[in-house]
Structures are given as C-alpha cells and as structure tokens.
Design a protein around this ligand. Structure first.
Ligand code: CS2
Ligand code: MG
Length: 404
C-alpha cells in the first residue's frame, strides 16, 4: 500500500496559555497530531513549520519516521536549537500518531509494549511561605500523590519563579514582554535546607520529595545545597546549575549523593554526552516535545539506560496534552522509566483537547485508543486566539543580569 502526506496545518490556540499543534493529513483519511509548543517562542516554531517543514513534508510516506527525522535533522545545515527541534518533535509525534492509527494500535505497542500498567507522577506544591508550602504538600498527599516537588517563596526575596503571588493557576510565563524578578542566591541557600527539614519531619520518610533550582546556582553553591539536602533524601534535585557546562556537574557529584535531574531546556543527545557517559546525572528531563520527539528520545533513553540513568520528563502545564499522552505511552514502554512530571491542565484546556489519560492515586495511565489518542476540537480552539507571553528575566539586587 502507498501512503502519502497530503497536507499539514499549524493550530495555535490560547485556552489560558498558548499551545501550538501540528496536524498532518494523509491520503488515507488518517491524520496525526504533534505538540510544537515552546513557551514564549510559539510564533517562531510556527514560522519554521509553515515556511519550510510543511511544504517539505507533502508527498512523503508518513510511515518512514526514521528517514523523515533525519531529513529534517541531518538534512538541515543549521542543527539543534529549541525552535527547530520543537518543530521536528511535532512532526515526529504526528507521524507516530499516524503509524499507530494506521496499524490500529496504541503508541506504547510500537515502542516495545507495556513494561508497566501505569506511570508514577509527581505533583507540585508551591507555597508563598514555609507554612503555606507545608499545607500545599499535605493537599497533594491527600490527592494520593507519592511524589511531590516542593517550591517555596524565600524570606527576603520578593518573588520566586514558579510560586504564584496570588493563588491563581501555575503559569511560568506572563502576558506581554518580560518583567524583572530579583534574585539572591545566599538567601535561597540559607532557606531551602530548613524547608526540607520541616517537610520531612511533617510527612515522614515515605513521600518522595523533589526540588527545582531552575539553574540558579554556581557549581560550588549547588554542591553545598546538594550536600546539605542529603539528610532529607530527595528523589531528585533538578537543574542545580545551568546545564550548558556539563563539566560543572563533576564538582557537585564529588560532594554529594543527592540524585540530580537535568535537561528540560535541552534538545538533542549532544547536550547530554558528558552527563551520561560520566554518570553525572540520574534523570534526563528533556521532553518529547522539545527533544526531537519519539524517534530521538527513544535513542537518548536507550543510551541513558546503558549508564543506569532513568527518565523524568518535563511535564509542566506549558506542554500540551498531546505531549503528555505521548509521554505516558513512552514511559509505559521503556525499561528505564523513572518518574513523570504532572501538573493538571486547566479545565478549558481539556475542552479544546480531548484527552485519553487518567490520574489515579499517584499514577497516570492511558486508554487503548490507537496512536497517541488525543484529539483537538478546532472549533473550540478558534475561540482562544494567540496571546503573547514571556518568561520573567532575573537580576541581582544591584541590577546585574542573572542566569536562567
Ligand atoms: C519547571 C517549569 O516544570 C518544571 O520543572 O522548570 O516551570 C518550566 O520552567 C516551564 O515549564 C518552562 O516553560
Ligand atoms: Mg524544571
């Protein structure tokens, strides 16, 4: 049987926040969906998809996922980078969706079948103060979560990334151009061990605890933090330093046995080579939507598996339900799955996307709908037009621009 891609379209919608979805059509009446959302850069990914990728896709056989991946990666003079890799991720996801629908089987069956029935997820507890954060951890525990990421406002720092000033829904971007947040690493380093001491003594040893540094430490500061957090047995410490300097992790590793997760801003295996081969990290964070889709992540996860490193995919609310569903399939199939981040989308997001996954007592699972199993209601999507959003930028108290 011959099969051809006849067209593809990018659908940008903003039910509370922007999502970019690629829809690929075939001459067999089957279509596939891929997530191309890149927080704050949605229009850049859309432009690359519309100006080059879609015209180049038309006429290709969608079943050739490997060759098409390399056409857009090896075939491109300008390699890597978040924008182009988000576009390639969406193409790849959509083609695997088509493959599953064509073969009438859920995605996990194409990746090795089930290694597990459901995947452990971690929830978020973000509080303005220590007391508030303790209360939030308790609420997540009551919902059945076995793992909770703990973030808190820091005494003496006006606003902390990821901790909402009011009780509104978690959203890392703000409408319009970036606003400035002020940062003080020493105040942060003094407070976090105290926070985890309180959380551990309130909730006992069984609850998995995670923490995200959001790249705010220099390697020696991160080493101090990882060492001081050791008694509280974190599941992981995330992005302790900017991952650009892979060698920086050697310093942290020598000092501490706190497990490390890195990579939500990475987009290829080449961001990970030293980390993996020197066993400098324990979890890879790079998600399907930004890391080249299923085709590339399967290779990265297999490579990591050789070095006894597990997956812990990024899964904040700025990644669409298409990415989350594909990630659950992927996590169900591979052997070296570790944990999946899970922040439920707002209800209006699930009006636009018809989802096939379910949260129950600390775990997510998908049903047996063929392919990825998520659909998009285009009429509803049209009701929410794109709205520009940006991350904050960080400065020290004296005005110096600081790291992300
Ligand atoms: C965070 C996110 O989920 C995480 O670990 O780091 O808030 C992340 O900063 C955003 O998803 C980026 O868009
Ligand atoms: Mg993070």
């Amino acid at each position: 049987m011959l099969m051809k891609i006849t067209d593809a379209r990018v659908i940008v919608t903003c039910p509370g926040r922007n999502f970019v979805t690629l829809k690929v059509y075939t001459d067999q009446g089957i279509y596939g969906l891929g997530d191309a959302t890149l927080n704050g850069m949605e229009k850049a990914v859309t432009a690359y998809l519309e100006s080059f990728c879609i015209p180049a896709l038309i006429g290709k056989d969608p079943r050739n996922t490997e060759d098409i991946w390399h056409y857009f990666y090896r075939g491109s003079y300008w390699k890597r980078g978040s924008v182009t890799m988000a576009a390639l991720s969406a193409i790849d996801m959509a083609l695997w969706d088509i493959k599953g629908k064509t073969l009438d089987t859920p995605l996990y069956n194409l990746l090795g079948g089930k290694s597990r029935e459901k995947v452990m997820v971690y929830a978020h507890a973000n509080g303005k103060t220590l007391e508030d954060t303790l209360e939030k951890v308790g609420l997540e525990k009551e919902k059945g979560f076995l793992a909770v990421r703990v973030q808190s406002g820091i005494p003496g720092i006006d606003s902390t990334y990821g901790v909402a000033k009011d009780s509104s829904f978690y959203e890392p971007a703000h409408k319009g151009l970036p606003h400035v947040e002020y940062w003080d690493t020493s105040k942060y380093l003094n407070f976090i061990p105290l926070l985890f001491e309180k959380v551990r003594s309130a909730f006992g040893d069984d609850l998995h605890l995670l923490h995200d540094v959001h790249h705010r430490c220099m390697p020696i500061e991160a080493a101090r933090l990882a060492k001081e957090l050791e008694p509280f047995h974190l599941f992981w410490l995330e992005d302790p330093v900017s991952g650009e300097l892979q060698e920086g992790l050697r310093l942290i590793r020598k000092q501490s046995s706190t497990p490390i997760a890195i990579g939500e801003v990475f987009n290829t295996i080449y961001d990970y080579t030293t980390f993996i081969t020197e066993q400098l990290i324990d979890y890879i964070r790079m998600p399907l939507v930004h890391g080249g889709g299923i085709t590339h992540l399967k290779k990265v996860a297999d490579f990591a598996s050789v070095y006894h490193i597990h997956t812990g995919f990024h899964g904040a609310t700025d990644l669409s339900p298409v990415n989350l569903a594909a990630s659950i399939h992927f996590n169900m199939a591979i052997n070296n799955f570790g944990i999946q981040e899970y922040m439920p989308h707002q209800d209006i997001v699930n009006e636009v996307f018809r989802i096939n996954y379910r949260y129950q007592e600390g775990f997510l699972s998908v049903d047996d709908t063929p392919g990825i199993g998520v659909d998009l209601d285009e009429e509803k999507a049209r009701k929410y037009p794109y709205a520009m959003g940006s991350f904050p930028v960080n400065r020290k108290a004296d005005g110096t621009m600081f790291y992300w």
